[in-house]
Design a protein around this ligand. Structure first.
Ligand SMILES: O=C(O)c1ccccc1NCC(=O)[C@H](O)[C@H](O)COP(=O)(O)O
Length: 257
């Protein structure tokens, strides 16, 4: 499936038309996750559908969901912009960026520099770079180009070996461990526990996917994660606010001075 997604992306890139640039100020994903509102940072994902789960939320109103996440105390948002496999759209991200005051991660399959310009134009603060879909040297090049334009990167690995070989080349500021195997779609939080020890102390460590309960949250926090990226369980909640409250076992947002 991952191979198929990347092939589709390559075809789309041949016809990519850059959007008009929206005029917004950038917000740092790193800073937001380094100073979380609760005991662990939260990136809440706006996700209508996925290859593994099909339609997750039928009554999908991206701006309302994003506003709900903000009101519920999310530290940052992740917005799916892939249309074919996730029923996302880049317009959703632009609309959300103009509505909420949180850093926004563009969740897509970034494999080419023209997507960096596209991400900047649509108003993203950060992009996802997945180690499993390109050679490390290409990922490093995209990382550097993105950083030069003011975009931050969440660099995602699934296997311990992927992280080890990446760290031989450079140390990303934000490292995500995806608990979902993108080939089989199975999720296992043990990935966070196994790979967590390898994440350098100077990097922020995000545990991604398959986090549904307060127990899951505690598990990845105990494994050293600074933040979690959660989609499905929040999207299935009655409201985004209730979803976040349940996920955090009622833990209140810390007052900021
Ligand atoms: O979610 C999928 O089915 C999927 C399939 C293929 C590539 C990527 C996929 N998901 C992207 C993600 O990383 C998740 O949307 C994100 O981590 C949130 O996961 P979850 O909380 O399990 O919805």
């Amino acid at each position: 499936m991952l191979k198929q997604i990347i092939e589709t992306k390559r075809k789309e890139l041949k016809e990519l038309v850059q959007p008009d640039e929206i005029n917004v100020s950038r917000k740092s994903l790193y800073k937001a996750l380094a100073t979380p509102k609760r005991s662990i940072g939260l990136i809440s994902e706006v996700k209508k559908a996925s290859p593994s789960k099909g339609i997750i939320r039928e009554d999908f109103h991206p701006e309302l969901i994003a506003k709900g996440y903000e009101e519920g105390g999310a530290d940052a948002l992740s917005v799916l912009t892939d249309q074919v496999y996730f029923q996302g759209h880049r317009d959703y991200l632009s609309a959300i960026k103009q509505l909420v005051d949180l850093p926004i991660l563009r969740k897509d399959f970034i494999i080419h520099p023209i997507q960096i310009e596209e991400s900047v134009r649509m108003g993203a603060d950060a992009i996802l770079l997945i180690a499993g879909v390109m050679p490390n040297k290409d990922l490093k090049r995209l990382y550097e180009e993105a950083t030069a334009t003011g975009l931050e990167c969440l660099v995602e690995v699934h296997e311990k070996e992927e992280l080890e070989s990446l760290l031989e080349l450079f140390t990303p500021a934000i490292i995500g461990v995806n608990n979902r195997n993108l080939k089989t779609f199975t999720t296992d939080l043990t990935q966070t526990e196994l790979i967590g020890e390898q994440v350098p102390k100077e990097s922020l460590f995000v545990s991604e996917s398959g986090i549904h309960t307060y127990e899951d949250l505690q598990k990845v926090r105990n494994a050293g994660a600074n933040a979690v990226l959660v989609g499905e369980s929040l999207m299935r909640a009655d409201t985004p606010q209730k979803g976040i409250q349940t996920l955090f076992g009622g833990e209140p947002v810390e007052a900021t001075s």
